[in-house]
Design a binder for this molecule. Structure first.
Ligand SMILES: O=C(O)CCC(=O)C(=O)O
Length: 344
């Protein structure tokens, strides 16, 4: 039925006039994860969820903390031997970058026209410096997938979503990002924007002068920023830009008396944060310091059904610990070429 016929038919049926869908201004209350809905009964949920499972931390306490603050920290969640092996793969990727096609994002003025490009096109000294994000290296690495879908992380996220967890994408940082305050849902888009969470895995002990991550506990409940014509989502057409977004979030958090916290965790510790937790990368005060970290974004099976680079094809799933990550549909020849994780 075309739009005119739909309009005539709806008028006949007494239904409201057909209008273009409006950009979202808030998360839809009905589609929120159970824990974000009023009256969520954590004790009852945990009793059922833990039946037959070995949860290595106090899940009820963690879920209550998440509900109030929008994040949790899992101490020593990833074996340091896994971290060392994974970082050695990153070093190999940089050292022999001409052999690989992994995408990197370079946030330097000379790359402004084309910030995302294959690693074999970026000089080694640039790759070894700040302002670099290694994108979706887990596609290339068996161990990257194992860390991203680690049981300690998935057990918590599956409880948050009360659904099967899907890993959507990953980023690796050698230096602090210095990214302005933001929330993730305008940029990392799932079909249900509130079905989103991230993990930040420390690949070394984090120093306060290295540009650590910071966040505002409790900020997940703030009124969402309106990018104008594109609602709560950001894209190239949005009326407002990421700086406007950052200013809004910093001001809102200040107005509500939310105190900014700095993430000074140890190698193998993991921060998990809510779709709407306001966070950013602090200034690098000592440029000699690295801040090696592995960041992953996740959704639920209900809200992320296809790989973002191939929205109409059925994804190839790699499954671990009751969660999935989709194989990269664009570069099948690069999948799992780093095999060091097979023996771990
Ligand atoms: O690690 C950082 O400094 C920023 C990471 C981040 O904000 C993100 O991936 O959403």
């Amino acid at each position: 039925m075309n739009v005119i016929n739909a309009l005539k038919s709806s008028i006949k049926k007494g239904i409201q006039q057909v209008t273009a869908p409006q950009p979202l201004k808030e998360f839809e209350p009905a589609t929120l994860p159970w824990l974000d809905k009023p009256g969520a009964d954590i004790e009852q949920f945990v009793r059922k969820y833990e039946r037959g499972r070995n949860v290595p931390y106090d899940l009820a306490e963690k879920l209550k903390f998440w509900q109030k603050n929008g994040y949790v920290i899992l101490k020593q969640a990833i074996d340091p031997a896994w971290i060392d092996q994974y970082w050695s793969e990153v070093e190999e990727l940089i050292e022999n970058h001409k052999q690989y096609k992994t995408l990197v994002r370079v946030d330097l003025p000379e790359y402004a026209a084309r910030p995302v490009l294959p690693i074999n096109e970026v000089p080694k000294d640039v790759l070894n410096g700040p302002y670099i994000k290694f994108m979706d290296f887990h596609d290339n690495s068996v161990l990257g997938k194992k860390i991203m879908l680690h049981e300690n992380i998935i057990t918590f996220l599956e409880a948050v979503f009360a659904d099967r967890v899907i890993a959507m994408q990953s980023l690796l940082f050698k230096y602090g990002s210095q990214q302005a305050t933001h929330q993730d849902f305008p940029y990392v888009v799932s079909e249900v924007p509130s079905h989103l969470a991230a993990s930040w895995i420390a690949m070394e002990d984090i120093h306060i002068d290295s540009g650590p991550l910071y966040y505002y506990p409790g900020s997940q409940y703030n009124k969402k920023f309106d990018f104008g014509n594109t609602g709560i989502f950001f894209n190239g057409q949005s009326k407002y830009n990421p700086n406007d977004f950052a200013n809004y979030l910093d001001k809102k958090c200040e107005d509500f008396g939310l105190k900014r916290e700095t993430l000074l965790i140890k190698k193998g510790d993991v921060l998990i944060w809510h779709a709407a937790l306001a966070h950013g990368g602090d200034a690098i005060r000592n440029p000699a310091l690295t801040r090696k970290s592995f960041v992953n974004h996740y959704s639920s099976i209900k809200a992320y059904k296809h790989h973002r680079q191939s929205p109409t094809t059925e994804p190839i799933r790699r499954s671990m610990n009751g969660a999935d990550v989709f194989a990269n549909p664009i570069m099948p020849d690069q999948e799992d070429i780093f095999k060091g994780g097979e023996k771990l």
